[in-house]
Design a protein around this ligand. Structure first.
Ligand code: PGA
Length: 250
């Protein structure tokens, strides 16, 4: 049985005071022995102060990193720096990084390798845009995003995949549970081809895109949906806790 994993991607939101209040609110409401892995991904500047207040049941991660260990890369953050301030994981390839900041699969592969090398866990995001879905290209896009970045040279043990259809992110439109399940089953099948059946069975695949407390249980009840990567709804403790509860084993 794969343990469900609920992650909150805060994006470019919250002041330090609001961020502290949010993690405290989540920690206070966390069900005892939740049976769910929980992590939050605040903006870079909040990581160090939050590491000091975050409880043991909530892991800390970053939303991005550079692929070099150090050097003349103004404005960038190295993977080791994230570990140093208490991060356990990093999100790589979020659709906003791909489509607003032009990150390519070649770049994302370097980032994934660099993060894993220092011992960070990775959430690697994939997902098609609306025009790609409407043109029947969903599987082709997922195929490219998976095969160009993952593979025999990338150890999969510390990687979670997040399927986030771009048309469902921040739009209030959620993939139907069946649409999510179909995409997740396709991704798991590709992992089976790239690695082996055991790796495909073990890898966790989160769904992301307008997940909220009211739809979490149904989405996360699909056989190949192993958790959620949550944007907007992760900024409110009650909503995020509702998603965690929706992920708990029945
Ligand atoms: P959303 O964002 O939950 O606000 O749709 C999800 C994400 O971008 O990870």
């Amino acid at each position: 049985m794969r343990k469900k994993y609920v992650a909150g991607n805060w994006k470019m939101n919250l002041t330090l005071a609001d961020a502290k209040a949010l993690v405290q609110g989540i920690a206070a409401g966390m069900p005892a022995n939740a049976g769910v892995d929980v992590a939050v991904f605040p903006p870079f500047v909040l990581l160090h102060p939050l590491a000091a207040v975050i409880g043991g049941s909530i892991q800390l991660g970053a939303q991005n990193c550079h692929y070099e260990a150090s050097g003349a890369f103004t404005g960038e953050i190295a993977p080791q720096m994230l570990l140093d301030v208490g991060c356990k994981s990093v999100i790589i390839g979020h659709s906003e990084r791909r489509h607003i900041f032009g990150e390519t699969e070649e770049l994302l592969k370097k980032k994934v390798m660099a993060a894993l090398k220092v011992g960070l866990k990775v959430i690697y995001c994939v997902g098609e845009k609306l025009d790609e879905r409407e043109a029947g290209q969903t599987e082709a896009v997922l195929h490219r995003q998976i095969h160009k970045v993952l593979g025999a040279d990338v150890p999969l043990d510390e990687v979670t995949i997040a399927y986030e259809p771009v048309w469902a992110i921040g739009t209030g439109k959620t993939a139907s549970p069946q649409q999510a399940q179909d995409a997740h089953a396709y991704i798991r099948g590709q992992i089976g081809k790239l690695y082996n059946a055991k790796a495909a069975e073990a890898v966790r695949i989160q769904y992301g895109g307008s997940v909220k407390a009211s739809n979490a249980r149904e989405l996360l009840g699909q056989p190949d949906v192993d958790g959620a990567l949550v944007g907007g709804a992760s900024l409110k403790a009650d909503e995020f806790l509702g998603i965690i509860k929706g992920a708990q084993p029945a």
